[in-house]
Design a protein around this ligand. Structure first.
Ligand code: NAD
Length: 279
């Protein structure tokens, strides 16, 4: 393993959960890491842990919702490591509740972190990738909620479906240019993480759905297992990364309902089936 010249990976939301798992796996592969999160204390503790293990890592406190901070993340990465090979637009938050009960400020928080965060990452880093003119990879974390909608999580569905659309568009555009930049969209089901701590409960329905989701997520796939699948997909330059099994009936029902123009029907068992499939 040659750490000095390993690929450089920038990971947002790196202090916890999926981002942390991706960072640990990337470190094992000999990559140099730029860890970004708005949780300054958690980020520094994790970065120190990696540095103590001989990993080349830099912590950069960043709020992905702020374009200037994401540009600063890019500039600090280039100053420190000379370039970037992989960008993981991964930071995200949760919001449950009826669409109309969720406050405007809560909607804005979701749109800013989950969608603007990815837009800001693409706008800051893709021009750099094109200038570098060498192979690079953008991995956007969406969710199974980017492919099928559930009730009581409208801002999450909206932002994750937008991230899928943005990723597909970016993939087409880079292919049109013949650029050596690959794109993947990560659509996991439940993964054991702290995401439910970011949920701001607004109503009783959102609260009981939040409890169901919390249990499902706690029993989800480990971030390490997820990361292994993500890096396999990156090695294959695979666009769709769907690490969980068991969601297919829900996706098929959705596509059938669109093609046949029948009204969509949600089955609560879809959420529970995802959880079983994750184990
Ligand atoms: N855990 C799951 O079941 C699951 C499933 C599908 C998709 N996802 C997605 O995976 C991604 C990572 O979530 P997780 O489950 O690891 O949650 P997590 O809460 O454990 O980690 C998310 C990290 O993002 C950071 N973050 C939040 N807002 C930020 C901001 N504005 N700027 C920078 N950092 C910010 C948090 O501080 C935290 O460290 C999210 O996009 C989430 O929507 C999670």
């Amino acid at each position: 393993m040659n750490n000095e010249h390993g690929p450089v990976a920038v990971i947002t939301g790196a202090a916890s959960g999926i981002g942390r798992g991706l960072a640990e796996h990337a470190a094992k592969l000999g990559m140099r890491l730029v860890l970004a999160d708005r949780d300054a204390a958690g980020l520094q503790t994790f970065c120190d842990h990696l540095l103590a293990g001989g990993v080349q890592a830099l912590a950069c406190v960043t709020d992905v919702g702020d374009p200037a901070q994401v540009e600063r993340l890019r500039d600090r990465t280039v100053e420190h490591f000379g370039g970037v090979d992989l960008l993981f637009n991964n930071a995200g938050v949760m919001q449950t509740g009826y669409s109309w009960e969720i406050t405007r400020a809560q909607w804005d928080r979701m749109l800013t972190v989950n969608l603007d965060g990815v837009i800001n990452g693409i706008r800051a880093f893709v021009p750099l990738f094109l200038r570098q003119g060498r192979a690079a990879h953008v991995i956007n974390t969406a969710s199974l909620a980017g492919l099928v909608s559930s009730p009581l999580m409208a801002p999450y569905n909206v932002t994750k479906q937008a991230v899928v659309a943005l990723s597909e568009t970016l993939h087409y555009e880079l292919a049109m240019l013949g650029a050596p930049v690959s794109v993947s969209v990560l659509c996991p089901g439940p993964v054991a993480s702290e995401i439910m701590a970011s949920n701001q409960v607004v109503d009783a329905a959102g609260s009981s759905f939040s409890q169901l989701l919390d249990g499902t997520i706690r029993q989800g796939m480990s971030p390490g297992e997820l990361a292994a699948q993500v890096f396999d997909a990156i090695a294959q330059k695979r666009f769709w990364i769907l690490p969980h099994k068991g969601f297919e009936p829900a996706l098929e029902r959705r596509v059938r309902s669109i093609l046949e123009q029948t009204n969509p029907v949600f089955q609560m068992t879809d959420v529970e089936e995802d959880s079983h499939a994750a184990r």
